[in-house]
Design a protein around this ligand. Structure first.
Ligand code: CTP
Ligand code: MG
Length: 392
């Protein structure tokens, strides 16, 4: 394989004074994994794989190298300031590298897509490229007593993030010639007289600086759709069930008893809503369906309540490493009437599933087996999170 021509220097050698944790900031955990690990997850997802240089406090080099064993990352010790830490990373650059990105480990949730966009723009423009977002708050300059001195026009302002990308040779030279200590690499590069362009940043690239930011990161990770993009880490499922009415049986439906209503036929208690929920959960997890999991020839399920099916299914799905995020149920039937008992049904099913369950209902306008009142049909779908239960 040819050597990568893009490198990402991940600076993680700060102490994290403002976060105030017991560990240096990059080694503080957020939802079960360190800030550095989370930042590197996204760096390693960049295509084609870049050279990765990780800059950590000197006393963390051995530990970090061990943790990154088996990856292509190079681990080096950092310096007193961020700029010095970047300089330490520069010394480890592979000769084949033509484009260098510098990234704060503290921006732990920055998606790999932002790295890709920065690389593309550097190659296109052949100068510095940094992500930035418009400033939303009003800006004022104050003196040391917090007295307002000046109004600043936020329209021309951008909040700058990382990764910041540069053509290698000009970037390395700008670091070597720098006489001031700057808080980002675009300033070092610009001080050497080179242009820097801004591309649109990403809200997920915010910097974890204070305990408040850490909580924000934890909250975002509790909703993997937001953190990992629309698809990664989630799976949807769909289930459907139909049972014929049987007025010799009691009606159990949506996990509750319905007096004075005809029951549903079936090997079990015929609770089509519970069965549709199980099918949705099993399909999302890739675990088959109710028929293959709880066969009609299995005596354990003769007259079994729908609640038992849900309990077994939830155990299977969570045992396979999924977390259930929500379930939506749609009943198609003339009766029973869901509306008057909706709140009760939702709370019973929510307790059984261990995640929010919503229940809606419709008739089929007199058409088909549900319209003729011969049976009920239920459709359910669900959303599962994968790969988060062990980590968050
Ligand atoms: N950084 C570094 N070496 C330093 C200082 C900072 O590698 N000597 C890194 C940090 O690890 C962080 C990034 O630069 O990923 C941005 O710095 P900042 O958010 O200020 O982190 P800390 O300096 O660790 O935090 P604080 O300023 O609150 O002490
Ligand atoms: Mg700092």
């Amino acid at each position: 394989m040819s050597s990568p021509n893009v490198a990402v220097i991940v600076v993680a050698a700060g102490s994290g004074t403002r976060l105030g944790g017991a560990e240096p900031k990059a080694f503080v955990t957020v939802a079960g994994r360190t800030i550095l690990e989370r930042a590197l997850d996204e760096v390693f997802a960049v295509v084609p794989p870049p050279q990765v240089v990780v800059v950590v406090p000197a006393d963390r080099v051995d530990q970090t190298s061990r943790n990154l064993d088996g990856t292509t990352a190079t681990v080096v010790a950092g310096g007193e300031t961020r700029q010095q830490s970047v300089a330490c990373g520069i010394r480890a650059l592979d000769p084949a590298v033509a484009t260098v990105l510098v990234h704060d480990a503290a921006r732990a949730l920055t998606p790999s897509s932002l790295f890709q966009r920065v690389v593309n723009e550097v190659v296109l423009l052949e100068h510095g490229v940094v992500p930035g977002l418009p400033v939303v708050n009003t800006l004022k300059r104050v003196d040391e007593r917090d007295l307002v001195q000046e109004e600043l026009d936020r329209a021309g302002m951008r909040e700058i993030q990382t990764p910041q990308g540069f053509p290698r040779d000009a970037f390395v030279a700008s670091h070597e010639s720098a006489t001031n200590d700057y808080t980002d690499d675009a300033a070092v590069f610009a001080a050497a007289g080179h242009p820097v362009s801004i591309i649109e940043g990403d809200h997920r690239a915010f910097k974890i600086t204070t305990p408040w930011d850490l909580r924000r990161a934890e909250q975002l990770l509790a909703h993997p759709v937001v953190v990992s993009g629309a698809v990664v880490g989630t799976r949807t499922g769909i289930g459907m069930d139909v049972h014929a009415l049987d007025d010799t049986r009691p009606l159990w439906f949506c996990g509750v008893y319905w007096p004075d209503e005809p029951g549903l036929a079936g090997h079990s208690d015929g609770d089509a809503a519970c069965h549709a929920i199980c099918d949705a959960l099993l399909s999302a997890a890739g675990l088959g369906d109710v028929g293959s999991r709880f066969g009609t020839d299995d005596p354990r399920f003769a007259d079994a309540p729908g609640a038992d099916f849900i309990a077994e299914t939830v155990a299977l799905v969570t045992g396979a490493g999924f977390r259930i995020l929500n379930v939506a149920v749609q009943v198609v039937a003339n009766r029973p009437k869901v509306g008057p008992r909706r709140t009760e049904l939702e709370s019973v099913l929510t307790a059984l599933v261990g995640a929010p369950v919503s229940v809606g209902a419709t008739t089929s306008d007199g058409l088909g087996l549900t319209g003729r009142g011969e049976g009920v049909a239920v459709v359910a779908n669900c959303l599962l999170a994968s790969g988060v239960s062990a980590q968050s």
